[in-house]
Design a protein around this ligand. Structure first.
Ligand code: UD1
Length: 365
């Protein structure tokens, strides 16, 4: 029996852990699972609805950490996770992605000599002004098993001197969730669009990165660009709680044809992506989802840790300084965004390979 403790904390973790939990549950004689939610995200729309859409079992433990500064949040997660880990003493702690919960729990586990498996290892933006980049580098450094989504991630790890035997190229686990839920999203689309009432040709926008929303000048520039875009084509904008706070603090007119709505569930957001003429985002995962779906994506960042979405997918970066509305209009008019080419091992079977990698590594060490 291999005893694994899964850690989730924030919205982008849930679609990554769901297929792994399901796969391991199908091998009950091999895996014993414990699911820990740190509580980094706690609003119903940022957490509970994802458990429902993705049929993730109730967490066994919720650390109920909540929001705070980077240091406070990481420290609180560590303090609350340590006794849980000592109580259960798993063989492995499985962490996903690059959020504060990922590094905090990986660090606690590594210090207690519990092996860490990092899902989505090896991604690098080479921009340490992003908290996520620091989380990625440090988590990879202390993980025993580095489960990578793409060849560029393998190369990054090799360049950093990681032992080849610790790297397993498993593919993109988020695509497992996407392909599983896509039929439901397709069925849901018409009803959802009727509710929002923005029509069927629209831009989908999401924004939450500190670099875009915490600086009032930058946020103003983006909202003004959205206003110009919305003069031509409606913009559906599910608003992250962080962004909602920042917008409320600002005195700025927002066009009526920008539909500010609450954050959407996984199925609903997928439905909105599949119907969009173009997606404008600063998210990491959405770059991958749009690339897989073949929907044009413009990413409001100077860099990406997911270069495969540019080389193989539909993603294009719009760095600060570049005119956002022109980039959108150019993409819509000239359809310059290319067709995606297949991304290796983004095939809906990554969770199987992850489970297999854990079995193989547990047997050989
Ligand atoms: C976190 C991740 C980011 C990920 C994003 C997805 C880190 C460093 N960042 O950023 O990589 O892309 O999640 O959403 O881990 N808030 C609520 N309700 C919630 C959660 C947050 O109101 O359920 C508000 C709080 O005011 C909080 C702010 O949003 O201070 C930011 O939340 P936080 O978890 O610190 O980071 P995110 O911006 O969500």
């Amino acid at each position: 029996m291999i005893k694994v403790m899964h850690v989730v904390g924030a919205r982008p973790n849930f679609m990554k852990i769901a297929p792994i939990v399901r796969e391991m549950a199908a091998h009950q004689n091999t895996f014993q699972q414990i699911l820990v939610h740190t509580g980094q995200h706690y609003d119903r729309s940022m957490s509970d609805v994802f458990f429902e859409d993705l049929a993730i079992p109730e967490p066994d433990v919720n650390l109920e950490v909540g929001s705070g500064s980077q240091a406070w949040q990481v420290a609180q997660i560590m303090l609350r996770f340590e006794p849980i880990l000592l109580e259960h003493r798993p063989d492995w702690v499985i962490v996903v992605g690059d959020v504060n919960s990922t590094i905090a729990c990986a660090l606690v586990a590594a210090k207690l000599n519990v092996r860490v498996a990092h899902v989505e290892a090896g991604l690098r933006s080479f921009d340490t002004s992003m908290p996520e980049e620091i989380n990625r580098i440090l988590t990879d450094r202390i993980s025993s098993l580095l489960l990578t989504p793409s060849e560029d991630a393998n190369e990054n790890l090799r360049r950093e001197g990681v032992n080849e035997s610790n790297i397993v190229f498993v593919g993109n686990v988020m695509i497992d969730s996407l392909v599983q839920v896509l039929p439901k999203a397709t069925m849901r689309q018409a009803e959802l669009l009727a509710q929002i009432n923005a029509g069927t040709r629209y831009i989908l926008a999401t924004l939450h990165r500190p670099s875009n929303v915490d600086d009032p000048e930058r946020l103003k520039e983006i909202v003004q660009a959205l206003n110009r875009i919305a003069g031509d084509i409606p913009v559906i904008f599910p608003v992250h709680p962080r962004t909602r706070q920042r917008l409320a603090d600002m005195q700025i007119d927002i066009a009526n044809s920008i539909y500010l709505i609450d954050p959407k569930s996984y199925i609903d957001f997928l439905a909105l992506q599949t119907g969009a003429a173009l997606v404008l985002t600063d998210s990491g995962g959405i770059q991958e989802e749009t690339s897989f779906l073949g929907i044009p994506c413009l990413t409001l960042r100077p860099n990406t840790e997911r270069p495969i979405t540019i080389t193989h997918g539909t993603n294009r970066l719009v760095p600060p300084g570049e005119d956002i509305s022109s980039a959108v209009f150019d993409s819509l008019e000239t359809k310059i965004i290319k067709k995606p080419s297949p991304m290796q091992l983004w095939d809906g079977r990554t969770a199987q390979r992850i489970a297999q990698a854990l079995i193989s590594t547990s047997l050989t060490t």
